[in-house]
Ligand binder design. Structure first.
Ligand SMILES: O=P(O)(O)OC[C@H]1O[C@H](OP(=O)(O)OP(=O)(O)O)[C@H](O)[C@@H]1O
Length: 202
């Protein structure tokens, strides 16, 4: 089976389980437009320009996951060096559920600082779903925070996180991701630093 066929069957399976287009898009880290195309496969319609990222060969091994997390925080310090700016070491590292959590945990351990996790509203249940910080972990108020996730696709999740942290008294100093599919460099004034930028040139 080709990777496209695999993707189509994965999208169809999730759809048959009752997931919405945006939920499938989140789960597969694709745009909603791509998921619609995968589900409908209209004859003659061109596939949207999107890229599938499968990093399970790394994420499935805790040692490589840790190596990736260490590279992310190094990348933050190198980017500060490159810009000739002062370091702002994090006081709290915030992992966005779910995939950002293990990366953030390793970074917080490396930096010997506090750790917490953010649950975006897309993961919340109920009629008025809302994002939340997990109160079993560190508090963010009056602290310099680094936000960590694996991938940015539309930027919605990270944007929600930045706004939540600011409104709860935290000071986000950087957003670290492995893969930036959006090509942006900051969100609401907070620098976005990735290990890999993914851009199409056609
Ligand atoms: O930029 P966006 O369009 O908001 O998409 C990126 C988000 O989508 C994925 O989360 P998801 O909840 O789907 O998966 P996860 O539970 O594996 O982290 C990914 O881990 C990011 O958090």
């Amino acid at each position: 089976m080709s990777s496209l066929e695999e993707l189509v069957s994965k999208a169809k399976m999730l759809h048959s389980e009752g997931r919405s287009t945006s939920q499938i898009a989140d789960e597969l880290s694709l745009s909603a437009e791509t998921v619609t195309w995968l589900l409908t496969q209209q004859k003659g319609s061109e596939a949207p320009k999107d890229v599938l990222i499968d990093w399970s060969a790394i994420s499935g091994h805790a040692d490589m996951l840790k190596d990736s997390a260490v590279m992310m925080i190094k990348r933050y310090y190198y980017s500060k060096d490159d810009a000739g700016e002062d370091y702002c070491p994090p006081e709290v590292v915030i992992g966005i559920a779910h995939s950002g959590i293990p990366l953030a945990t390793f970074i917080a351990a490396e930096e010997n600082c506090l750790f917490t996790m953010f649950h975006p509203k897309k993961h919340a249940a109920g009629q008025n779903p809302a994002g939340s910080l997990n109160s079993s972990f560190a508090d963010v108020s009056n602290k310099n925070c680094i936000i960590v996730d694996d991938v940015i696709t539309s930027g919605k999740t990270v944007t929600e996180t930045v706004s939540y942290i600011k409104s709860h008294g935290g000071n986000p100093v950087a957003i670290l991701v492995l893969f930036n599919k959006l090509g942006i460099k900051e969100i609401d004034g907070v620098p976005l630093i990735s290990l890999v930028k993914i851009e199409r040139i056609d």
